[in-house]
Design a protein around this ligand. Structure first.
Ligand code: UDP
Ligand code: MG
Length: 312
């Protein structure tokens, strides 16, 4: 079987040499053992890096025929770089494994992926058994995010990032998803097919720093929810309805006060509170609706998700 490994890279010059050495050793070993074909490869997707990442990739392709490179015309973001690689290479391998450039994901799992593929699985998820090497903040926010997603009715594999194997069949199915705000973790389970999970311990980044600062993480999470669930819109409707019922009671109360008790100067506090309360809810609701309208706007333009500059 011909295996391809797809790795998006954004400013990864510090660690890429080590990644390349380790992957080369792994592929050589697997080829030797006859687990994968000789034409198997690793393809780096340079996502508009500002450092020497692309120059390094060029060097690797000259040193060994195992390595390929695709250079995007600018930074399109992790998910788009990944889809660029998967879509460009889906016809040149039997299955593709996606992983990060920083080797936080145990590369030995690739052997397991290939075994599962041979057993007939089309989707194999790499799942983190233990996140103790991630920062407390990252772990906490991730956990919260998985819980919230679940609550919103989105089905994902918990503690699975983008380390997975997809067969050519699964990749062809994935090619039919034309979404702009791409969240692969949510889409892959929608593909169906036979799937399973393999577990590994996540290591620390061995060089460079995370390319997911808090803001990117937050927007990523937002994509992961708003691209898959209309639950927030439904919640607005429910909250709006409840407020409507409460305000009917309030109106009745005000009328009674006025007609039978005459205490109308009172009530300043409740007036102020409701102004703030309703105002806040309205603005929040507009924001949530805006999220969906914005997505429609982006999708309507049908812009390409990525643009390729060079392939080597
Ligand atoms: N990445 C990318 N484009 C971006 C940001 C990140 O291609 O705009 C790549 C990055 O080089 C790495 C992978 O996506 O290979 C995951 O990023 P990172 O390891 O920084 O994320 P973390 O593991 O901290 O969540
Ligand atoms: Mg990482």
């Amino acid at each position: 079987m011909k295996l391809g490994i797809v790795i998006p890279c954004y400013n990864e010059e510090e660690g890429l040499r080590e990644t390349t050495n380790r992957l080369k050793a792994l592929l050589d070993e697997m080829i030797e053992e006859g687990e994968i074909d000789q034409e198997s490869f690793v393809c780096y997707i340079d996502d508009g890096s500002k450092d020497d990442t692309w120059q390094l990739i060029e060097t690797f392709t000259k040193e060994s025929s195992l390595f390929k490179g695709i250079k995007l015309s600018r930074n399109f973001g992790h998910q788009n770089a990944l889809i660029a690689g998967l879509m460009q290479l889906k016809d040149s391998a039997d299955a593709l494994v996606s992983m990060d450039a920083d080797l936080q994901d145990d590369i030995m799992l690739v052997k397991g992926f290939v075994e599962k593929y041979k057993e007939g699985y089309d989707v194999v998820y790499g799942v983190r058994k233990d996140r103790s090497k991630d920062t407390k903040f990252k772990r906490g926010t991730a956990e919260l995010f998985y819980k919230f997603q679940n609550f919103m009715g989105i089905e994902t594999v918990p503690n699975h990032a983008d380390y997975r194997l997809l067969s050519r069949k699964a990749l062809n199915a994935l090619a039919q998803f034309k979404e702009i705000n791409l969240f692969l973790r949510g889409i892959v389970p929608l593909l169906g097919f036979r799937s399973c999970s393999l577990y590994y311990t996540r290591a620390e980044r061995f060089a460079g720093e995370t390319k997911y600062p808090f803001k990117k993480m937050l927007f990523f999470a937002l994509d992961g929810i708003a691209s898959f669930s209309v639950m927030p819109l439904r919640l607005i409707t429910i909250v709006g309805f409840l407020l409507f019922v409460v305000s009917l009671l309030g109106i009745a109360w005000v009328v009674f006060e006025k007609l039978f008790f005459g205490n109308t100067v009172q009530g300043w506090a409740s007036t102020m509170i409701s102004i703030y309360f309703i105002g806040g809810i309205q603005v929040m609701s507009l924001g949530i609706i805006g999220e969906y309208v914005g997505r429609n706007f982006q999708q309507g333009k049908e812009r390409p998700r990525y643009i390729i500059d060079k392939e080597i």
